[in-house]
Design a binder for this molecule. Sequence first.
Ligand code: PEP
Ligand code: MG
Length: 292
Amino acid sequence: RSRLLQQLKGRLTVTPDGRKINLYANIGSVSDVAAVLENDAEGIGLFRSEFLYLEKDTYPTEEEQFQSYKLAAEMMAGKKVIIRTLDIGADKQVEYFHLGQEENPAMGYRAIRICLEEPEVFKTQLRAIFRASAYGEIAVMYPMITSVEEVRRIKAIVEEVKEELDARNIPYKNVEQGIMIETPAAAVISDMLAKEVDFFSIGTNDLSQYTMAIDRQNPRLDAFYDPHHPALLRLIRMVIDNGHAHGCWVGICGELGADLSLTKEFLQMGIDELSVAPGMVLQVREAVRKAE
Ligand code: PEP
Ligand code: MG
């Protein structure tokens, strides 16, 4: 069986009726890129950038971040690398951010909320990402979006970053910008959000938690957790339809993207991309190639 999977390396991720899907992998640091290449993923659909911040006891510099993103882009040699901007808070505490204790950290001060309150931290990361774009095929996406207003504020900050790079004569590409759809609010207004960005990546881990009000870190709730809850599947379908109606491509980068019992359903919904753990890439490719 493992030999059969190995034979899928170098093959297309295409349905029997000829629809090509982008099959990407999720990584948590540059050292995971080797596993992405080894498993023949067609790109990186979620580069969790938190590691740069978690492994240090002070803010990583622009240069440090740039070197990591550049290395990933170069190793991927022209394949897409989607870098997700900082997603700390909730379960991921970083001392030097002094985030403090919260009653409900998952619904608290985290991810893009921190970045919008700390524009210099955010801009440092964005400059690193845009600089690295000159060395490969980099895209950027923003976590925990709940409103159109947030996206507009982000885009204004990105424009400032580009002006700063222009002023320093630093090259960068036209970086594709997307958002994670991982809150029910974002899913419900995905028609409005689609007009603001190039793509959506559905974060089913958080979207499940917020939709079903089930803390993803509380094992006591396992019996109540239904990963195939119809509310979640309806939201996913809606996000795909709204994205497509307004010219966005739509992917899934949460764990559910690798759920082989749903592959066919996602394809029927019109999903464009699945981004999964490197070790699941070939199994998902097999499922796509078999899906009638
Ligand atoms: C998600 O929420 O589905 C996701 C991919 O992001 P993370 O698991 O890092 O929160
Ligand atoms: Mg998430």
